[in-house]
Design a protein around this ligand. Sequence first.
Ligand code: HEM
Length: 378
Amino acid sequence: PFPLYEQVRSSAPVFHMPDTEMWMLFDYEGVKRALYDHEAFSSVVTPPTGKAPDWLVFSDPPRHTKLRGIIMRAFTPKSIASLEPRVRELSRELLEPQLERGEMDLAADYSSPLPAMVIAEMLGIPLVDRPRFLRWGEVIMNLSHTVSGGEEAQRAVQEHASVKEEMRAYLADVLAERRKAPKDDLLTRLVEAEVDGEHLTLEELLGFFQLLLAAGTETTTNLINNAILCLLEHPDQLARLRAEPTLLPSAIEEVLRFRSPGQMMFRETRRDIELHGEVIPAGKFVLAVIGSANRDPLKFHDADRFDITRDPNPHIAFGHGIHFCLGAALSRLEARVALEDLLARLKGLELASTEPWEPRKALHVHGPSRLPIRFAPS
Ligand code: HEM
């Protein structure tokens, strides 16, 4: 999508989709403003197929502040840092059986299960339930097609409706168990939580569950895949990283900028808003294209160059302002552990296919649906 972004960004950074109620923002300044200026750009949005669900990420203050408060403590840098040994263990468990094969689909065999296993453990989902957990995550992410309003959107909505019943029944059972026997996990935190003196309803709990499930899986999967893709596509940068492993955190930030796992977020204008000489009227649906903002040459020197030493790197891949990604520390941790393991254990790592890769199904997500790789068997 990047050459296309470049074209629109330089000619019409505030772009009105002809014959629609939809506007798109492509430049850094505009996208960042839409993300943080929550008084002008509301997160309570109505895409073409109807109102977005009432989840934390689609809420405004004061409700947003209360909902975020419920799970914030589980995601502090300190709580997340304590998970490192377990993430390392899970990473090894996934890699071990692949080592003697000398090839794998990184997406299916590693980058998808790892984040799903981590968020499932944080929530307190038993091991046996994890395969359907992964499938649910995908179905929820595919809901992003609702912004286009076409046939794909109808399909995504129908698929979600059927899976939602399955999730509701599942959740009702586990939550009942937690009420009887609390544990040290996110599901217990959610059942015990109160907003304005009231416990959350099953519908609200289901909202949290779906948000964490979707946000905790697809996004980090793509960060890991995109990192391997970027490094194998830029051998000079990979060599530099191998020579100087302390560059890893900075390399991950550059992947977040260069191939942002979440390419766009949604907002709705609360009033008429003037941006770059254009006026977006009140009540319009706005797509803030993060993936384009992160390549804006007005903000980033040599923006189309992948440079693992880039400093400063003020990318907005995790958003900006009150909705700033709660899982940022967690996905940075998972990506660091994953790359340390993959680069150390897969000798002679290379892409197993030179074909252009198929993008993932969800509309706002950027990354390969499969990533076949080869390495020396060990
Ligand atoms: C919010 C990106 C991983 C949980 C966001 C937002 C972005 C984002 C851009 C802001 C949404 C907005 O402004 O409307 C990413 C990326 C990830 C990632 C690129 C991985 C590379 C995760 C993980 C979790 C998570 C692992 C949790 C386990 C959340 C939650 C919100 C959020 C709960 C909503 C926060 C709020 O509305 O206050 N994420 N995310 N994310 N993210 Fe992430």
